[in-house]
Design a protein around this ligand. Structure first.
Ligand code: NAI
Length: 342
């Protein structure tokens, strides 16, 4: 089986080399998959894509014309794939979980960095500036954290926060009443939380979950933490919230318009995105470039599951990680399906 691997980075190639099998040949392309690059997939059985590859209707039709039969996402989120359009044309598999600890721990790393001003202290002491002025932080203990999305990552983040003695409230479209988590409405979460951390998927419903209308509902000085998907937050509204001192800090591993920027080195270039440039210039904003997943354990998990997904496809088996639109909704299909999607 021949697989065209798009947006390949050296750390991923190393992980896939560790899990390689003789019967699956990966060809690594640095470029992202898009309408402009879809022709590269000609002659391949499948494509392997990541969060910022484009798998829209035009790309799907192009892949099908080029003989591709499977899209293997090497990530959990699938907002960049038109799964509905894939139905009957291309199988879609993903890696639903690969060290959720990696993402939850990164979220806490961002939070601690911000509240204890570690990023500022690091720069100071490198220049032998041992002054403490302006470095006053605050205790997380006793603060309220609002977690949106209590799936695999959200729950681990909740446990970490509880370890810090934080009070946790949560909102989930599908709350798990058995979990012992204190579920509240989204509005109540907004008004009570000192820290809001987003761990839900990006869907039509969650697009701009934090936007212009939300600002007035937030507790003054709230810390907004996003390690999920950029478009959960309206970046311009966030900027306004920071300028109006409603948002006390924004800690972002993802950004709405990240796809043309993240994972690449733009130092020495003029970045055209004024909103991102302004956000990064703020003293209370920390941006990491979609790095939360990046641990050895997660990379190994991604490579292992992707290879298993491809083997199941080649063997004609039911693919437990297949995304399917046969039932009219991916979520309903996941619950109901015991066979291949088509
Ligand atoms: P999961 O599927 O285990 O949990 C998602 C939770 O969100 C579920 O409990 C679900 O019921 C809930 N949800 C669905 N629709 C919702 C809505 N409209 N409002 C509120 N909650 C809703 O997913 P997991 O593994 O916990 O991942 C969460 C997100 O993290 C992914 O969707 C992905 O976008 C992001 N992610 C980011 C990474 C990074 O490197 N920054 C790496 C991996 C995932």
């Amino acid at each position: 089986m021949k697989i065209a691997f798009f947006d390949a980075k050296e750390y991923e190639i190393a992980a896939f080399e560790r899990h390689k099998r003789e019967d699956i040949e990966f060809k690594f392309f640095e470029t992202k998959l898009s309408e402009d690059t879809v022709s590269l997939a000609k002659g391949f059985d499948g494509v392997c894509v990541f969060v910022n590859d484009t798998v829209n209707a035009a790309v799907i039709d192009g892949l099908k014309e080029n003989g591709v039969r499977i899209v293997a996402l090497r990530c959990a989120g699938y907002n960049n794939v038109d799964v509905r359009h894939c139905f009957g044309k291309l199988h879609v598999v993903r890696v639903p979980a690969y060290s959720p600890y990696a993402v939850a721990e990164h979220a806490m790393a961002l939070l601690l960095t911000s509240v204890r001003r570690i990023h500022k202290a690091y720069n100071r002491t490198r220049e032998f500036n041992f002054s403490l002025s302006g470095l006053t932080g605050f205790d997380l203990h006793g603060k309220t954290v609002g977690v949106v999305g209590t799936g695999k990552i959200g729950r681990i983040f909740i446990d970490i926060c509880k370890g810090f003695g934080m009070h946790v409230v949560a909102y989930d479209k599908f709350p798990d009443e058995e979990s012992g988590i204190e579920y509240v409405s989204l509005d109540e979460l907004f008004s009570r939380s000192d820290v809001i951390s987003l761990h839900c998927p990006l869907t039509e419903e969650t697009y701009h979950l934090i936007g212009k209308e939300t600002l007035s509902k937030l507790k003054k000085g709230v810390i907004v933490l996003n390690t999920s998907r950029g478009a959960l937050i309206d970046a311009e509204a966030l900027l306004e919230g920071i300028k109006r001192r409603i948002v006390g800090a924004a800690l972002l591993d993802v950004y709405e318009e990240e796809s043309d920027l993240f994972f690449r080195d733009f130092s020495g270039h003029i970045v055209e995105d004024d909103v991102l440039a302004r956000l990064i210039s703020m003293p209370n904003v920390i941006v990491t470039s979609h790095q939360a997943f990046l641990t050895e354990e997660a990379l190994d998990g991604i490579a292992e599951t992707t290879v298993q997904n491809l083997i199941a496809f080649r063997n004609g088996d039911v693919m437990e990680n297949e995304l399917c639109y046969r039932c009219g909704s991916i979520e309903d299909c996941k619950k109901a399906r015991k066979t291949r999607c088509f």
